[in-house]
Design a binder for this molecule. Structure first.
Ligand code: FES
Length: 324
């Protein structure tokens, strides 16, 4: 058994050789994949909301939320939707991944941050149910009041309905072809002090949750995005980045990201999504004010300003000192 604490952002992702233990059809277009360590050892611990990066035999790396039980250290479970516009990740998983096949897994990494709260409102759209499922189980186990609004195109495409069946009293299902979309106005109109909202799903749903809960207390809304929010192109200027631990200073041109400029100089940085979503490149800020352009940090985290994601974020001034 390892004795490591559950992974936190910025701790660096561990890469493990693993094998596929089992694949299971969960709903139309969704399979779950169970992974275990190639040497059979216990896996690093994780908390509800964490994700791993699956590196397929083709070299393609994709992030998937863990949707099994954190108590089961013998394996990780992820849910994979076959995307219509697959760039090779979900297509490979569905078409070619089979039990016994070796894969590499990095993580787990926890950007969602499932914090204790007096009550929870969970909102899931489609495959966004995956990080929510372990949260639901934990809230139920701890006896914390919670409700879940779960929407999908049709009941047949909504994964893990059988696992939610024991919680019928607290789960509202919205198969769009029968009852329409989740009526967010009904769910969010009345702010509930002390209730934390955790939502995951497609961008339009998350944007609607953010808008609909804008009048809730600050910090009530927690979102997990699979893709970066569409944003207007922002003007860049050249900045100077001091890598304190490496004792190196790098000039980052206006047309390069901080991450790629540091990589070019051989500095010890890593990235995966390169769009401010996965958290792999998280870096501590020692001096200077970051200009945050990621889709991970909350307004409160940004105000603290002690960490940034250099794949997308830059500096408010002309200089940053990073813990690299
Ligand atoms: S590489 Fe994914 S957040 Fe920076």
């Amino acid at each position: 058994m390892t004795s490591a604490a559950p992974a936190r952002p910025g701790t660096g992702a561990v890469e493990l050789p693993m094998v596929v233990r089992q694949l299971r059809w969960e709903a139309a277009g969704v399979v779950s994949v169970e992974l275990c360590a190639a040497d059979g050892r216990d896996l690093p611990p994780w908390r509800p909301g964490a994700h791993v990066e699956l590196v397929l035999p083709t070299g393609i790396a994709r992030q998937y939320s863990l949707c099994g039980s954190p108590e089961d250290r013998s394996g990780y479970r992820i849910g994979v939707l076959r995307e219509r516009a697959s760039r090779g990740g979900s297509e490979y998983v569905h078409a070619f991944l089979r039990p016994g096949q070796p894969v590499r897994v990095r993580g787990p990494q926890d950007n969602f941050g499932f914090h204790p709260a007096p009550a929870y409102l969970f909102i899931a759209g489609g495959i966004g149910i995956t990080p929510i499922l372990p949260m639901v189980r934990q809230a139920a186990h701890q006896g914390v009041p919670w409700r879940l609004a779960y929407g999908g195109r049709a009941a047949a495409s909504m994964a893990f309905l059988d696992e939610l069946r024991p919680y019928q009293e607290q789960v509202w299902l919205y198969p769009e072809d029968r009852v329409g979309r989740i009526p967010l106005n009904e769910w969010l109109d009345q702010p509930r002090p002390g209730t934390a909202i955790y939502a995951c799903g497609p961008e339009p749903l998350l944007a609607a949750v953010e808008d609909g809960a804008a009048h809730w207390e600050p910090g009530a809304v927690h979102l997990e995005r699979f893709k970066a929010r569409p944003k207007p192109a922002l003007p860049n200027t050249e900045i100077e980045v001091v890598c304190a631990r490496s004792n190196r200073t790098v000039t980052v041109p206006a047309d390069r990201s901080v991450l790629s400029a540091l990589e070019d100089e051989g500095l010890p940085v890593t990235g995966s999504c390169r769009e401010g979503v996965c958290g792999t490149c998280e870096t501590r800020v020692l001096e200077g004010v970051p200009e945050h352009r990621d889709d991970i940090l909350s307004a409160e985290d940004r105000a603290v300003g002690d960490r940034m994601f250099p794949c997308v974020s830059r500096a408010r001034g002309s200089r940053l000192v990073l813990d690299i």
